[in-house]
Design a binder for this molecule. Structure first.
Ligand code: ADP
Ligand code: ASP
Ligand code: MG
Length: 413
């Protein structure tokens, strides 16, 4: 029998009863003879609660200390599961990120895994232990504790699966697979049986939080099969795999939204060469992920430049932009936190035309104003008012016939 890496998310380990339930599930897999590494998140709400504590102390917590703090959520769940497994008569050991050999760079709060020194985990596996690993955390080369960004336990799991050459990585969560859109927003959403790495990567990076983007990057790069399943009910789940021939038949396979973005606008920017480079270099050095950019053509000698960033980084981006604005003699910087993003994704867009036009018409018919647009070969994204997001998602989902009982083959030509 081979090796499986399983990951259980926050809701799945949300209280002691649920942890005992996870222990029972893990015991069943163990009984089938598999080697098992089990990656856990913190109890649901715990990471948010810890972040709030930090902000009760200071408006600007040091990111190093923040990581020390928020990594503790996972320190609670892992020994509890190990104890629950031991109570079932199984050999189990809990390991922190450091004890699991997970090394990262020093980009606190969104560190990247650079290396996995797998010997310790392998030693326990060899001795037939179930190895319970704290997700979301690692250490940098100077032994500072780092975290991998929100949802980072997914990445811990896939990266460990790759490092240990596991047969597959199973992500257990509170939904029974990846859906055509968030099933908590659109009840008609349908579970997707198989999705390509590329589509899943777009979905994750556009805001579908069911898998963290970097976990999909790892899976795609090393061709690790990942399956997303429910902790609470049995079923086939969704397989994330290499693209298959019939996946292109559908132009649009999912609708994604993101309400955690902010728009920053540098007002009164002198319209001359080199200015955009100055503005974006400042942001890039801080490794802030800029999503959409719009610069208007200027009628006068001045123009405005808008960009979107994750809301959690908007404050930091604002400061950097203010000092860049000063340097380039722009007038001011404005922030808008009331935006949201809706996107459609599908590898079939490569071969179907008219998809973007249909998106815009659906928004126009619903009187939803589009503020920014960005496209790639397999996605169309628009920034709209945050208050319109849920309605836009429902309209797009119905408009592209993604709901149950409707034809899935998109006719737009
Ligand atoms: P966990 O704590 O298990 O990691 P998350 O909350 O991070 O779980 O991710 C699961 C959630 O992702 C679901 O409850 C659902 O609301 C949301 N979600 C967003 N888009 C989708 C989608 N297309 N398919 C499935 N779930 C989605
Ligand atoms: N506990 C972390 C978070 O809430 C990591 C995770 O759950 O994957 O983001
Ligand atoms: Mg998650």
């Amino acid at each position: 029998m081979g090796l499986i890496v399983q990951k259980y998310g926050g809701t799945s380990v949300g209280d002691v009863e649920r942890i005992k339930n996870v222990a029972k599930k893990v015991a069943q897999y163990k009984a089938q003879g598999h080697g098992l590494v089990v990656v856990l998140s913190a109890m649901s709400g715990k990471t948010d609660e810890l972040i709030k504590l930090a902000y009760q102390i200071t408006d600007e917590p040091s990111e190093r200390e923040l990581d020390m703090l928020i990594s503790t959520g996972e320190r609670i769940t892992i020994p509890l599961l190990a104890m629950a497994l031991q109570s079932l008569g199984l050999k189990a050991v809990s390991l922190t990120g450091r004890q699991s050999g997970i090394f990262t760079d020093s980009m606190y709060t969104k560190a990247r895994i650079t290396k996995i020194a797998k010997e310790n985990v392998q030693k326990y596996l060899h001795d037939d232990y179930i190895v319970v690993v704290a997700g979301f955390q690692g250490v940098d080369e100077s032994s500072n504790v780092t975290t991998l960004g929100r949802g980072g336990s997914d990445t811990t799991a896939v990266a460990l699966a790759v490092a240990l050459s596991a047969d597959k990585c199973e992500i257990y969560t509170d939904v029974d697979g990846v859906y055509t859109t968030d099933p908590n927003v659109v009840p008609q959403a349908r579970r997707i049986e198989r999705i390509s790495y590329e589509e899943m990567l777009e979905m994750a990076s556009l805001g579908a939080k069911v898998l963290q983007t970097r976990s999909v990057e790892f899976a795609a790069k090393y061709r690790m099969p990942v399956v997303v399943k429910s902790t609470f009910k049995d079923g086939p789940g969704t397989w994330v795999v290499e693209e298959e021939a019939d996946m292109e038949k559908v132009a649009v396979s999912s609708v994604v939204y993101d309400k955690n973005q902010a728009k920053l606008t540098v007002v009164g920017v002198p319209d001359k060469p080199g200015i955009a480079a100055k503005i974006f270099n400042a942001i890039a050095r801080a490794e802030i992920n800029v999503d959409m950019i719009i610069q208007n053509v200027s009628v006068t000698a001045l123009t405005d430049l808008s960009l979107t960033v994750p809301r959690a980084e908007a404050g930091k981006a604002m400061k950097l932009l203010e000092s860049a604005a000063n340097e380039i003699e722009a007038k001011s910087v404005m922030i808008d936190e009331e935006i949201g993003k809706v996107s459609i994704v599908g590898v079939g867009m490569r071969s179907h035309t008219g998809v973007a036009a249909k998106f815009f018409s659906l928004m126009a018919d619903a009187n939803i104003n589009i503020e920014m647009i960005s496209t790639s070969e397999i996605k169309v994204s628009c920034v709209i008012r945050k208050g319109d997001v849920d309605r836009a998602v429902r309209i797009l989902h119905a408009g592209f016939h993604l709901g149950g009982g409707e034809p899935r083959v998109e006719q737009a030509h």
